[in-house]
Design a protein around this ligand. Structure first.
Ligand SMILES: NC(=O)c1ccc[n+]([C@@H]2O[C@H](COP(=O)([O-])OP(=O)(O)OC[C@H]3O[C@@H](n4cnc5c(N)ncnc54)[C@H](O)[C@@H]3O)[C@@H](O)[C@H]2O)c1
Length: 458
């Protein structure tokens, strides 16, 4: 029978952790949930990862670490699997009743109308109604709108007949995850975590667990919705600021000003936070989080959060701007964009990760397909894979050779020192479009390349 941590005093909780007698379930072992489960298991607590993805569960159980682009976890993974501290299952019914604490790291995407989709949390919430009863603590790490946990989710776990009583049969808390893909281990070890709960007395228990596992500061929030609002605010702040520099970039291109030079100098001022222009804002977090806030705001008034609406609109038009830069470069070269061959470098939504969720590259590829452009795409994180219905190349040379133009979409480290001389020689009237700020415009032009870069007014 699970330990009801809410009935224990602080030193008893510490003792449970020290003696490693707790069992933790992590539902959803994807990009965030698996590293979380790994860290918990690595702290010595028995951990069960629960996921509907059978292939993923089998990979974990057969010691095949899925997040190959995530540094540092592979060694921990080997360690915890061989010590049998972590196991994975698709069977939520069997796993949950054994757990003292249940962490939800379920996806919270949006649908194609940009409406947040909480299906995974709602489905699991419903199941938990039948699986909890012993005062287990449920911690929601997923990113949700303020109010979702204390309203929709709580109601589902309690059940339509209120068969479970919150605060007695289970306890609900949030600890929103703020780690950055590609740096998750580093972030786990250094970023303070937010904690909020339905009953005030649960937050300190959650804090005890997270301090034990991650050794980071826990910021106590007055309730779940405030903790969730903090998480959304940090990401939406970035979405808005990137939109600001994207719009400046469009202006500076016309004014002959270099956006990167402006940002480099502006950041010397202590209260300026640099953000950089690019082909759009993707990933599972920033765009979704803006729409989560807009969804909350809309329920009150359509005119709320106009700045977020504007930011989304600007960031979503950036792929069109990339095409405009390409058109202008083709005009200068007197070549035809229609039916030409264009090399795309990078499809990931951000540098150095194997992740294409809401990636701006998808829209760029779609727009080029509409112009009957032949695409040769290379991404070092997706070698020879099929992405957005395109079979990717297995080397950068394969993509570049005999192309009419190159578009660097994602700033992967592998594109840091592109050989401009070689590019220039391998193409007829070479065209290079840089969405990343990696290429020095003057250097490119000195090699005879027709260059355009987002926000590059020179
Ligand atoms: N990836 C990030 O950058 C990041 C960063 C911070 C917070 N978050 C938030 O963390 C949460 C999880 O995100 P993620 O990136 O790890 O998602 P993910 O898609 O990588 O992983 C989610 C996992 O949940 C599983 N799943 C889906 N429905 C399920 C169900 N009904 N029962 C059991 N398992 C189910 C999926 O199979 C998948 O393995 C989201 O709310 C996200 O917004 C993500």
């Amino acid at each position: 029978m699970p330990t009801n941590l809410s009935l224990l005093n602080n030193s008893q909780i510490k003792e449970c952790l020290k003696s490693k007698s707790l069992k933790i379930g992590v539902i959803g072992i994807g990009r965030i949930g698996l590293p979380t489960a790994l860290c918990i298991a690595n702290s010595g607590l028995e951990t069960i990862g629960i996921d509907i993805n059978e292939k993923l569960v089998n990979m974990v159980n057969s010691k095949d670490y899925p997040l190959k682009d995530e540094p540092e976890f592979d060694k921990i993974f080997e360690n915890v699997i061989s010590q049998k501290k972590l196991s994975a299952t698709t069977d939520i019914t069997e796993a949950i009743p054994k757990c003292d604490v249940v962490i939800l790291s379920l996806p919270t995407p949006m649908n194609n109308q940009n409406v947040p989709d909480y299906t995974a949390l709602l489905t699991v919430g419903k199941s938990l109604n039948e699986l909890l009863s012993d005062g287990q603590i449920v911690i929601v790490e997923s990113t949700v709108e303020p109010g979702f946990v204390e309203n929709e989710l709580l109601e589902l776990i309690e059940g339509p007949q209120k068969s479970l009583k919150s605060g007695v049969d289970f306890h609900l808390a949030v600890c929103p995850e703020t780690a950055n893909p590609g740096e998750i281990m580093k972030d786990f070890q250094k970023l303070p975590r937010l904690v909020g709960s339905i009953e005030e007395r649960i937050s300190p228990i959650v804090s005890e667990l997270y301090t034990y596992v991650f050794g980071v500061e826990l910021i106590q929030m007055p309730n779940c919705k405030t903790a969730n609002a903090v998480k959304l605010t940090t990401n939406v702040f970035r979405d808005i600021n990137i939109a600001f520099v994207n719009e400046l970039a469009l202006l500076f291109e016309k004014l002959g000003i270099d956006t990167h030079t402006v940002i480099d100098a502006a950041k010397r001022k202590y209260n300026f936070q640099p953000h950089f222009p690019g082909p759009g804002v993707g990933g599972p977090c920033l765009p979704v989080n803006s729409y989560q806030y807009l969804n909350s705001a809309k329920k009150i008034d359509d005119n709320f959060l106009q700045i977020v609406q504007a930011a989304r609109k600007i960031n979503e038009t950036m792929p069109h701007h990339v095409i405009n830069l390409l058109i202008s470069a083709f005009e200068q070269s007197e070549k035809n964009l229609d039916n030409s061959t264009v090399a795309i470098l990078g499809v990931s939504y951000k540098p150095n990760v194997h992740d294409i969720q809401i990636a701006p590259s998808e829209q760029i590829i779609k727009l080029l397909n509409q112009k009957n452009v032949k695409l040769k795409i290379f991404d070092p994180y997706f070698i020879s894979e099929t992405v957005f219905e395109e079979k990717l190349k297995n080397s950068i040379d394969d993509a570049i050779n005999a192309s009419d133009a190159i578009v660097i979409v994602t700033g992967h480290k592998e594109f840091d020192n592109l050989d401009l001389e070689k590019i220039s020689k391998s193409m007829n009237k070479p065209i290079l479009i840089d969405c990343t700020g990696k290429i020095n415009p003057l250097q490119a032009k000195s090699k005879g390349i027709i260059f355009r870069g987002i926000g590059r007014g020179n």
